[in-house]
Design a protein around this ligand. Structure first.
Ligand code: IPE
Ligand code: IPE
Ligand code: MG
Ligand code: MG
Length: 347
């Protein structure tokens, strides 16, 4: 199977499920749902339908459906779970853009920049609730109760892990001695947990086999780690016209992304007077010259190569876990293809 086949087969199903969950129940509320539709890439800011691909890659629902197919089940059974993980992802992004002070996402102005922070927080809360309602649609799929109950529990544990990770991410902004382990614990929660949940849900709902689902969860977990490290690389060196976010935005926002953790750690052994990157981060405001200083030191210590290697290591572990499931079929091939797409990604 090719990536094109995967998107052709599943994308419309996912969009249709999402649209049903996010349908507007009352015309007076159409701007409330409209903010969500805008964020998901369906409309422009005047709520006119768009045909642009501005809603994101839909990776998590695709992983969920493919994992369901890989364990030998009908992927449609997992559609409510696929919609739910995509909605949780987008709920987290609605709030993340406020938390990170980000004016742009996916080449467009962020919801809070257009409608203000209070409305964006509330739209995010609405989407959080809708994600749970999306998952409840599992009850219409005729799945055994124990699978559905396990799905609810892991889903909420994942929502919590994601918020824990966001807490750590924000708290690290004011911290200069974040070590690699702390960093890994942070991204494990903010990003890997949801990818892991996506593949786990697909595999568990499809098979009811907890041990098999755990293997798919580990595949998603390791892939999520690699994915966030790639995102960190893009957050510093990604090209704005490709990523849809300003270059070096993570430096301005004092994010302790992996390349920064690495350079700070390298510097820590130097005399304080020579700790140039530390000095930049102690300033109240980081200006464009400061950004250049940081970029120069990142380059000097090979921080990008270091992060790229770590991403490749996690990626390798993800593929090893996928292989260890022992499954061989189209769904499995699809997971493999989609996983490969995430190495050295550009957006
Ligand atoms: C961005 O995730 C946030 C991270 C967890 C790194 P994606 O790159 O999957 O976001 P979209 O939905 O495709 O825009
Ligand atoms: C990604 O956050 C994780 C979550 C949103 C939970 P980031 O802040 O690293 O991702 P981008 O770069 O804004 O998409
Ligand atoms: Mg963030
Ligand atoms: Mg962000």
């Amino acid at each position: 199977v090719s990536l094109q086949d995967i998107y052709d087969r599943y994308l419309l199903l996912i969009e249709e499920e999402l649209r049903q969950v996010l349908s507007i129940p009352d015309q007076r509320l159409s701007p409330f749902y409209g903010m969500m539709h805008y964020h998901l890439g369906w409309t422009d800011e005047s709520f006119q339908a768009t045909r642009s691909q501005a809603g994101g890659k839909r990776l998590r629902p695709l992983f969920c459906l493919l994992a369901c197919q890989a364990v030998g089940a009908e992927p449609r059974q997992a559609l409510p779970a696929a919609a739910a993980v995509e909605l949780i992802h987008n709920f987290s992004l609605l709030h993340d853009d406020i938390e990170d002070n980000s004016p742009t996402r996916r080449h467009r102005t962020t919801v809070w920049k257009i409608w203000g922070e209070p409305q964006a927080i509330n739209a995010g809360d609405g989407m959080f609730a809708l994600a749970h309602l999306a998952l409840q649609r599992l009850s219409e799929k005729g799945l055994p109760d124990d699978r559905v109950l396990a799905a609810y529990r892991v889903f909420d544990q994942t929502c919590l892990a994601l918020c824990e990770g966001q807490y750590l991410d924000m708290s690290f902004e004011d911290c200069l001695d974040v070590d690699i382990d702390q960093y890994l614990a942070m991204i494990g929660r903010k990003t890997a947990a949801l990818l892991s949940c996506s593949t786990w849900l697909g595999a568990l709902l499809g098979s009811g086999d907890a041990a098999l689902a755990t293997r798919y969860a580990r595949f998603g977990e390791n892939l999520g780690m690699a994915f966030q490290i790639e995102d960190d690389i893009l957050g510093i060196w990604g090209e704005e016209k490709v990523t849809g976010k300003p270059e070096a935005s993570d430096i301005r926002q004092r994010k302790k992304s992996l390349p920064i953790v690495y350079v700070l750690q390298q510097e820590a052994s130097l005399p304080v007077s020579e700790q140039r990157v530390h000095k930049v981060y102690r300033r109240k405001v980081i200006d464009e010259d400061d950004v250049k200083v940081v970029l120069g030191y990142l380059q000097a210590v090979g921080a990008r190569q270091y992060a790229q290697q770590m991403a490749l290591d996690y990626h390798g572990r993800a593929l090893a876990e996928l292989r260890a499931t022992g499954m061989e079929n189209e769904g499995q091939d699809g997971l493999w293809e989609l996983a490969k797409l995430l190495v050295n990604r550009k957006y």
